[in-house]
Design a protein around this ligand. Structure first.
Ligand SMILES: Cc1ncc(COP(=O)(O)O)c(C=O)c1O
Length: 379
């Protein structure tokens, strides 16, 4: 089989059903499987926490589109992250995290895993000297988000992989914002890719899920062991929806990018917008690195408004076609105030986000309608 991105997304792990020829992998709504005599498993299936054919189809497709040895699907992005940390780290280990990590990831480190004596340091990942200085003998993971949520910061995956490996650490990349269509961290030297498949991979705001994709088969096996042992797996219905979303990721991402570029253009020219954060802009601090490692620059756009927090909240409230809501990556456009919504859990921490910031998840609606709504919302 040829291995273009869209071909893999549509076919990898998704051979027509041998029994009926169904071209779509069925939803195997079953918890258990008849054994042909004790220990006589058919195709390796015994219990659906351990493995389920619908989940297997998704896991194989995810591994293929990220270019990894093993893909694993979880009940949510955070469940995937937690399983990864509990597989790789033990008490007193250390992890470097982005100083503008997604708020939920930060909370997992600061409020959950710190109680189990897993140490972490938030570091600006664009500053390679700062990353090198923060590393210790105990650093097990350098955790990267690029682009970051919600400030759209860019980190150099290849350079960070080199730094991490020189220190005997793993490089983990949360690829949620870019999606595997725009960026493939394993090909740049990362060891594990993390996804909230809730976002672009699922793409339709109808399912919560997460994924890990490991470059190395051995680490993939360890992660699979912990996936089963901890149990935060994706159910078959969720795996099926996510797989359906994955098939159209390429065409959706291109339209997300087209629409985002038009919106960035509008925001740049607007007198009440004081700053536009988008890695596609030549003046963005991470633009050169983004050009090197991304195909295009994605559907997420953040901007700052004159008038501070009150005005940022008012813009969100006035938007109509842009739905006021958390999450991102679906076909419909969303608007939110990160300080009070997605990143409220980072308030008062070093990861607190600016109060005048508005974040857009630009959907794939008719772009002129999006431009008109944003124009009226900006007032
Ligand atoms: C970049 C990023 N990583 C991880 C997560 C967590 O994923 P989930 O909400 O599926 O648990 C999110 C959720 O917003 C996210 O934006």
């Amino acid at each position: 089989m040829s291995n273009g991105f869209e071909t893999l997304a549509i076919h990898a792990g998704q051979e027509p059903d041998p029994l009926t020829g169904a071209v779509v992998p069925p939803i195997y709504a079953t918890s258990t499987y008849k054994q042909d005599g004790v220990g006589g498993l058919r195709s390796g299936y015994e219990y659906s926490r351990s493995a389920n054919p619908t989940r297997t189809a998704l896991e194989e497709a995810l591994a293929a589109v990220e270019g990894g040895a093993r893909g694993l699907a979880f009940a949510s992005g955070l469940a995937a992250e937690d399983t990864l940390l509990r597989t790789v780290c033990k008490p007193q280990d250390h992890v470097i995290i982005p100083n503008d990590a997604y708020g939920g990831t930060y909370r997992l480190f600061a409020k959950v895993n710190e109680r189990w004596d897993l140490h972490y340091d938030p570091v600006p990942l664009h500053d390679l000297d700062a990353v090198a200085a923060a590393m210790t003998q105990k650093t097990k993971i350098v955790w990267v988000e690029t682009p970051t949520n919600p400030l759209l910061g860019i980190a150099d995956i290849a350079a960070l992989a080199q730094l991490a490996h020189d220190n005997g650490s793993l490089l983990v990349v949360d690829n949620t914002f870019a999606s595997p269509y725009l960026q493939q961290p394993l090909s740049l030297g990362a060891d594990v890719v993390v996804h909230s498949t809730t976002k672009y991979v699922g793409g339709h705001s109808d399912v919560v899920g997460g994924a890990l994709i490991a470059a190395d088969r051995g680490l993939g096996e360890e992660l699979a062991y912990h996936q089963n042992a901890i149990g935060a797996v994706a159910g078959p219905f969720d795996a099926w929806l996510t797989l359906r979303g994955l098939k159209t990721l390429g065409v959706r991402m291109d339209r997300h990018c087209d629409n985002a570029e038009r919106i960035v253009h509008l925001l740049l020219a607007h007198p009440r917008v004081t700053g536009v954060l988008y890695p596609g802009l030549p003046e963005h601090a991470g633009h050169e690195v983004a050009v090197k490692q991304m195909k295009r620059f994605g559907g997420m756009v953040s901007f700052r408004v004159a008038g501070g927090e009150a005005e940022a909240v008012a813009v969100c409230d006035r938007a109509k076609l842009f739905t006021l809501g958390e999450s991102l990556g679906g076909v419909e456009s969303l608007i939110e105030h990160p300080g009070r919504m997605t990143h409220a859990s980072a308030a008062g921490s070093p990861l607190e986000v600016p109060a005048d910031l508005v974040r857009l998840s630009v959907g794939i609606e008719t772009v002129d309608d999006l431009l008109a709504d944003l124009t009226q919302a900006l007032g």
